[in-house]
Design a protein around this ligand. Structure first.
Ligand code: SAM
Length: 203
């Protein structure tokens, strides 16, 4: 399983955002939704071996996290507005009110009343990596197992110190996808491509 975790420091944790002004009203949830597409959707299908986590740190209900598993999720569409409509419905649920574990709110989509710590607790045996521009290149990392990994990504402002400390505490190894700072969803596409190449039978 490949897992991607987008840490949206200001991304809104409730349904109170405007579909017609997603970027301006959601604390940049739009970036997280583009990451959903990059992590889970391929041409004419869903990556069944992938899961995506959205850590939402904005608004009065924060922190909250959403988990989407490609193997079980239904009706995921690639356009940002459809994903925003889905996020609105999921975040309107209060199924996560009690406890901090993930609770299914629809097939393959779960909510947790908790932030990065709740996600880390859910990652199981996945080997953690943190995607950073100024880090060793993923192409030189010949030793990672593409079948059991988790990659953490920052929002447009990068990672804050608390997040960095949490990632350091679990031993997340920094990796870059090249020397240029790019958008988080593009970094996911590049990592997915690296994993696809390494996970090929016989590769
Ligand atoms: C728009 S970038 C954040 C830029 C922010 N100003 C910073 O300095 O980190 C969003 C996220 O994409 C990922 N990213 C961007 N460029 C990358 C690169 N060259 N290698 C690995 N990850 C990258 C990182 O996880 C980053 O936090």
């Amino acid at each position: 399983m490949r897992r991607f975790v987008f840490v949206g420091r200001d991304a809104i944790a409730s349904e109170e955002f405007l579909l017609d002004d997603l970027a301006g009203s959601s604390g940049r949830l739009d970036v997280g939704l583009r990451c959903v597409r990059a992590a889970l959707l391929v041409s004419h299908g869903v990556r069944r071996d992938a899961a995506f986590y959205l850590v939402l740190g904005g608004g009065p209900l924060a922190p909250r996290s959403v988990r989407i598993r490609g193997a079980e999720a239904r009706f995921l569409r690639p356009d940002e507005r459809s994903l925003a409509v889905l996020a609105k419905k999921v975040l309107a649920s209060r199924a996560d009110e009690h406890g901090d574990a993930f609770v299914d709110v629809r097939p393959g989509i779960a909510l947790a009343r908790g932030g990065l710590a709740a996600v880390i607790a859910d990652l199981g045996s996945a080997v953690p990596y943190v995607l950073e521009q100024h880090a060793p290149d993923i192409r030189d990392a010949t030793d990672f197992d593409p079948h059991d990994v988790a990659f953490f990504l920052g929002d447009p402002g990068g990672f804050d110190e608390t997040t960095r400390a949490q990632l350091a505490a679990i031993g997340a190894r920094p990796l870059a996808v090249g020397p240029v700072g790019i958008h988080a969803e593009d970094a996911i596409a590049i990592v997915s491509n690296e994993i696809d190449r390494r996970a090929r039978p016989g590769a």
